[in-house]
Design a protein around this ligand. Structure first.
Ligand code: ZN
Length: 472
């Protein structure tokens, strides 16, 4: 067998369970991510010989990249867990949540993880110690997906001649202009690229003016004197929304600022400085605190707002709700008064979490509005509400609820690069990879991206070995 050699333990057929093993020699390998299937929280470790893993590298802390890490530790993995500083701060919160959902109250596992965590600075090479037969160094670069997200460059040196192969694992790549995060830059070069393909068959439209569209919909919703519900995932999407809401509200509160939208008179009575933005998700609040603690990693625009004395993720109108009793009080208060408010709560697809109590209390009232700012997977309550907009019913906790509240969708909030972003990741390299493996995508997305890559290589008259694991 030739080395380096890559085995994919997940993210083959679907956008789930990323886990890739890079063999540098028969008994020496690196594990890149250890994710769980989406929606699944499992204490089943990936089926592999733990003795050959020299290190685990975490690209970012989404469940589909780290969800099986507790199982890996429980199975006896004691090697280093390498990740960026923000990921190292977020990871214990995510793992604690995974353990709670698996009903494993194992604090020892968390302490074990903290002992194994090794923080790597962005953009700096790290020599992997203790590899006898081969030699490997690796580097993490910003992926622009969520706080701390990185792609991994691995130089595997082998043979007497010191020949090295550079293998790049993309992890999840962010879309451009993601608030707070610095933009992704392509690698210098790669020999082998393992590339995500979530949106390999799509182009994101309307990303540029999404904040204006969000503002307009909030204006319309508030005219009705109700609550604006924003179902959002706790890492990434919640912080992006807070960042944009702070910008909208601080501009509206400026003296002489006329309300936008179609009904300025109706909006004139709203005291924008007093309009509460309620973050009702303890987990999202903890993640937001980590975003706050990692200001050194924010982009120029966010730094500029800080320099102006603004607090984009901790502004005066932001109210965070912690206990369940407080949560129930807020639901009751907002559903029984005419006080307008904006509420962010999870789960992002309304599959569970505190958003469900808001929906149960408010969906039947036309003065409330649900604004979707993210993809709603087929069959989830979120997608059913989205499709039934203004009519129909949805089942929540086994009860049927008529949908009379306003329902809108604001496009442009994807956290993943689209096809053009994925192509740019390759095209902007000084030397293009001769082998690309497409992972982390549905088969049609991978095929479409594969075709586009082949066209790109054909125009440059360059050879490409394209592999789509899982596509027979
Ligand atoms: Zn991700």
């Amino acid at each position: 067998m030739d080395y380096p050699h890559i085995v994919h333990h997940g993210a083959i057929e679907r956008v789930t369970g990323s886990c890739h093993q890079l063999f540098m020699a028969p008994h020496e390998s690196l594990l890149i991510d250890c994710g769980a299937d989406s929606g699944e929280l499992s204490m089943t470790a990936p089926d592999m010989d733990l003795g050959v893993i020299k290190a685990l590298v975490i690209t970012h802390v989404h469940n589909d990249h780290v969800g099986r890490l507790p199982a890996l530790l429980a199975a006896g993995y004691r090697g280093p867990v390498l990740c960026t500083e923000p990921s190292a701060r977020l990871l214990p919160l995510v793992i604690d949540d995974v353990l709670r959902h698996c009903a494993v109250a194992d604090k020892a596992l968390l302490r074990q993880l903290e002992r194994q965590l090794v923080v790597l600075a962005f953009d700096q090479w790290f020599e992997l110690p203790g590899t006898a037969l081969s030699c490997c160094r690796l580097r993490l670069q910003r992926a622009g997906h969520i706080l701390g997200s990185a792609y991994v460059e691995c130089d595997v040196r082998h043979g007497e001649d010191g020949r090295a192969t550079r293998v790049v694992f993309s992890g999840d790549l962010g879309a451009c202009q993601t608030p707070i995060l610095r933009d992704l830059r392509a690698p210098e070069y790669a020999d082998i690229l393992v590339l995500e393909s979530t949106y390999g068959d799509r182009l994101h439209k309307d990303r540029g003016n999404r904040q204006q569209r969000l503002e307009k919909l909030i204006d319309q919703a508030l005219v009705d004197g109700g609550t604006v519900l924003l179902p959002a995932f706790s890492i990434g999407r919640t912080q992006e929304l807070l960042y944009e809401l702070e910008d909208i509200l601080q501009r509206k509160a400026l003296p002489g600022q006329l309300p936008a939208g179609d009904c300025p008179q109706a909006l004139a009575h709203i005291d924008w400085q007093q309009l509460p933005v309620i973050l009702d998700s303890p987990l999202a609040s903890r993640f937001t605190q980590v975003y706050q603690a990692c200001k050194a990693h924010w982009d120029d625009d966010a730094q500029q707002r800080l320099a102006e004395g603004r607090a984009p993720l901790a502004f005066a109108q932001l109210i965070t709700i912690d206990s369940h009793a407080q949560h129930q009080q807020v639901v009751n208060y907002l559903s029984s008064t005419l006080r307008p408010a904006i509420v962010i709560a999870g789960h992002g697809m309304c599959v569970g979490g505190r958003i469900v109590n808001y929906l149960k209390a408010m969906l039947q009232e036309p003065r409330h509005h649900v604004l979707f700012v993210g993809y709603q997977a087929r069959g989830t309550p979120g997608s059913l509400i989205q499709q039934a907009a203004g009519q129909g019913e949805v089942s929540l906790d086994g009860q049927r609820f008529a949908i009379r509240a306003g329902v809108s969708t604001v496009a442009g909030y994807s956290a993943h690069a689209d096809q053009s972003g994925l192509l740019a990741f390759v095209r902007d390299m000084q030397r293009w990879p001769s082998e690309i493996r497409l992972v982390h995508g549905e088969i049609p997305a991978k095929r479409a991206l594969g075709k586009a890559l082949e066209q790109l290589y054909a125009t440059g008259d360059r050879p490409l070995q394209l592999l789509i694991p899982g596509d027979s």
